[in-house]
Design a protein around this ligand. Sequence first.
Ligand code: S3P
Length: 169
Amino acid sequence: MKKNLVLTGMMGVGKSSIGQSLAKKLEMTFIDVDKIIESEESDSIQDIFKKKGENYFRMLEQRITTNQIKSTNSVIALGGGAFINDEIRKTVLKNCISFWLDLSTDFLLLRITEYKKRPLLNKPNLKETLEKIYQERKSIYALANFKINCNKISKVELVEKIATLYVSK
Ligand code: S3P
């Protein structure tokens, strides 16, 4: 059976939107892990962080993500920090075909409007915070099977490119 397709990368890069289009194109099921976490907890990510803290969120994220990875015929959008977790990353690298959607922090800044919904970005200096997280994570995102540069490419072209790479793998 064909492996699941996994999208990773920074907050705001478009994992959910690209994932949905890819799933439609490839006739696969789309899974947005953050949405499943919210529905299992009956709470928003923002409030989970606020009420129970980041460690609690990361525990949930590990359990729910590793569980979702077992689904079949699926395109899975991970939360931005999920691939940084050793356990999640090992499982993804073993069982899925993974794509790092990479976008410069300048473009990310333009795209992230709902930063209040993203607890890690709800800080005074958004640009500095984003840059710091990107620098800390980029070498880990780079362990994904494919790096997709999203800087100068339309969404339609991106979906086409990822779908072609996935089918040929
Ligand atoms: C996070 C990214 C968010 C969400 C949480 C933590 C991160 O997901 O899981 O706020 O650590 O990068 P998106 O990448 O979908 O925004």
